[in-house]
Design a protein. Structure first.
Length: 241
């Protein structure tokens, strides 16, 4: 097959007004080949939208899955973030975390569902993120279970506050999470200190399993970088689609 078709992508940029954040947030939206407003599509929401598109190559990956593996076409929504306040928005201890989560659930979702034919069902929404993006994605599912039940976590920063949040739950049988963590992520420098992400993911996995969550969990040779995550993303997307 002509490789060029993988790179023919329709990506629309939107500004989503947010009272919660007091600003407009830029998002980039991938529309699959053959996109038709009369149809309906599953949707993948990505934290770190710019990185997922540029470094994760998620649009090219979606094209490849559609053309080569008959995967159901999905719309992908990448939510951009200002790196200077990323920790404040994505970390459970961050001062903008609560506002960001409310923006995501109460402003972003209605905006996308008003403008694009995405299916308004928690089983048709996938929320994904890397590192702290994986953290906020899991917290969104835990805090808004009627909205989100499927999570892709690429080396999620599931540190103590996230472990404590999981422990507040008794039954997570409704939550479907795919987790991958690199075996070389024992000393990840976060800007707030060094953390053993491998151990944090092992603990979190166990806490999830104890609450009946059907976790798909993999440990693989890899570091805390997009070069690792980009390789893992296709199988994780395919599993949910």
């Amino acid at each position: 097959m002509n490789q060029d078709i993988y790179y023919k992508r329709t990506i629309v940029k939107e500004l989503v007004p947010s009272a919660m954040l007091g600003e407009q947030r830029s998002v980039r939206i991938y529309l699959p080949p053959g996109y038709n407003e009369l149809l309906s599509y599953p949707v993948i929401y990505c934290q770190d939208g710019e990185d997922f598109f540029n470094f994760g190559r998620i649009a090219t990956t979606m094209n490849r899955l559609i053309y080569d593996e008959n995967t159901e076409p999905a719309i992908i929504v990448g939510v951009d973030v200002d790196k200077s306040i990323r920790t404040s928005e994505y970390s459970p201890d961050g001062e903008r975390f609560a506002a960001y989560c409310r923006f995501f659930a109460e402003e972003l979702l209605p905006f996308i569902e008003h403008h694009y034919p995405v299916r308004p069902d928690s089983n048709e929404r996938i929320v994904s993120g890397d590192s702290l993006g994986g953290t906020v994605s899991l917290h969104l599912a835990l805090d808004y279970p009627s909205l989100f039940s499927r999570v892709i976590s690429l080396s999620g920063a599931f540190l103590l506050s996230t472990q404590e949040r999981i422990q507040l739950e008794t039954d997570l049988s409704w939550l479907d999470i795919s987790m991958v963590i690199g075996l070389e992520e024992k000393e990840v420098d976060t800007g707030r200190g060094r953390f053993d992400f491998l151990e944090a993911n092992r603990i979190s996995k166990q806490l999830l399993i104890e609450r009946s969550c059907p976790v798909v969990y993999e440990e693989k040779p890899g570091k805390h970088v997009w070069g690792f995550w980009q390789q893992e993303l296709p199988a994780m997307m395919k599993r949910f689609l």
